[in-house]
Design a protein around this ligand. Structure first.
Ligand SMILES: [Fe+2]
Length: 440
């Protein structure tokens, strides 16, 4: 049954793709290091020039910029990248991309200026999100982006699950096709708001020896997206940071570049980079230039699933991630660690060394943890009998639930987290207030 479905997907996609010619497809926005710039990426079948046209009116796209294109493998297409510069803060811009054949005109709202007073914002967060029919959350993601003024999306690792399809069928050509299906699926939202990504284990390689020659080492993940990285992070999407409004965001790789990391691919000295980033973020917080520090990484430190904790203490991969990250979170007062990997939703009490903080979410004084890995994928969800009792696990979804999280930063002191199931029902929520915070 599964192989018939995959065959259907391939035939359907191949027929559809034959008519695309060099039309720009799979458009996706992402933030840069500067709030006055926005990245735009897309794909064409052949190598043509990369150009973006943008402006304040759909009929007057009077700014233009050229970028570049690249390919990681013959037959996987060409990936284009351009920067839209000198954007006014919080302003609606219209844009189209292409060369000779252009995309439709789309729009986005630029980021707030980080030097001006605080602007409230909200973003969706989830990991472990594949293609239909398993990606049950795409409708609620689209609906929330349309109706809730979502500023951006954090996809915290495991995108498309293309490697599962390749290894199941032993068909290397399927790998870029599944990636394309995924990128097309998210395009209605990713061309409208930035789609920020974090590496997960499913991005490591295609898990089949033929395509592993060109798809291993996070190659596809690093070619199809363009995050705000810099020289310290080895010019890759593996770890990077950016500031949005009053919040310092840091995306880390729980897959590579720390002691005992699951994969031995090397992208840079992540520990040194992270210490530098957190030092900078903590200094900015002290100087009241930012108020929140949010770190996202694919693998959780705290998860009550039996494969991740025993008697309330992280084990296995979670223990390794804990050793890498938790001392730094404690030292630099990180407010949230957002992750996925476990295919369910779990809200964890603010906690340090497995001891929940006294103030909880109402008087946040240590890192609060959210595991949001229930967006939907071919591997299914966590079974109800796989949970263990812990002193810090506060709520988890049951195995029938797919869904996504939404974090609203409401002021310099107050935030709110909600988890939506795929039908749009909020199944869990928590109000968050920092301890000793009175500036808003
Ligand atoms: Fe994962």
């Amino acid at each position: 049954m599964l192989k018939i479905l995959i065959l259907f997907i391939c035939v359907f996609f191949s027929l559809g793709n034959a008519t695309h010619n060099n039309s720009p497809t799979m458009l996706h926005l992402s933030y840069s290091k500067s709030s006055d710039k926005m990245f735009i990426s897309w794909k064409t079948n052949q190598n043509v020039p990369s150009t973006v046209f943008y402006g304040l009116s759909p009929s007057n796209l009077n700014f233009t910029n050229s970028g570049f294109s690249y390919s990681y493998h013959n037959g996987s297409g060409y990936f284009h990248f351009c920067i839209m510069n000198s954007l006014l803060p919080q302003t609606k811009y219209y844009y189209k991309v292409g060369s000779e054949i252009y995309s439709d005109v789309f729009s986005f709202v630029s980021a707030p200026n980080t030097l001006t007073p605080f602007t409230p914002f909200k973003f969706l967060l989830y990991g472990d999100f594949g293609i239909l029919p398993y990606s049950n959350s795409i409708d609620i993601i689209t609906k929330l982006v349309e109706e809730k003024d979502i500023d951006f999306i954090l996809h915290i690792g495991d995108l498309s699950y293309a490697n599962n399809y390749t290894s199941m069928t032993k068909n290397a050509t399927l790998y870029p096709i599944i990636w394309d299906i995924f990128m097309n699926m998210i395009e209605p939202v990713s061309r409208k708001i930035p789609y920020m990504v974090t590496p997960g284990n499913h991005e490591a390689s295609c898990n089949y020896h033929v395509c592993n020659t060109w798809a291993r080492g996070f190659t596809v993940y690093n070619n199809r997206f363009r995050m705000p990285f810099n020289v310290d992070s080895g010019y890759s999407n593996m770890f990077y940071s950016w500031i949005f409004s009053n919040t310092y965001f840091i995306s880390v790789s729980t897959e590579t570049d720390y002691h005992d990391a699951p994969y031995k691919y090397k992208f840079g000295d992540q520990t040194k980079w992270l210490k530098k980033e957190l030092h900078k973020a903590a200094k900015m917080k002290k100087e009241h230039k930012i108020s929140w520090i949010v770190v996202c990484g694919h693998r959780p430190i705290y998860s009550s699933k039996y494969t991740h904790s025993k008697n309330g203490y992280p084990i296995a991969d979670s223990l390794k991630v804990q050793k890498f990250l938790e001392p730094l979170f404690h030292k630099y007062k990180v407010d949230f660690y957002l992750s996925g990997h476990v295919h369910s939703y779990e809200r964890i009490a603010p906690v340090y060394k497995s001891i929940p903080s006294k103030g909880g979410w109402a008087a946040l004084d240590s890192t609060g943890y959210i595991v949001s890995g229930a967006a939907g994928c071919i591997e299914g969800t966590t079974f109800n009998n796989q949970w263990t009792n812990t002193s810090w696990g506060q709520f988890h979804s049951n195995h029938t639930v797919h869904g996504i999280g939404m974090l609203s930063i409401l002021s310099n002191c107050v935030a709110k987290f909600e988890f939506y199931d795929a039908s749009g029902t909020i199944i869990d929520q928590v109000d968050i207030k920092k301890q000793y915070c009175d500036s808003g």
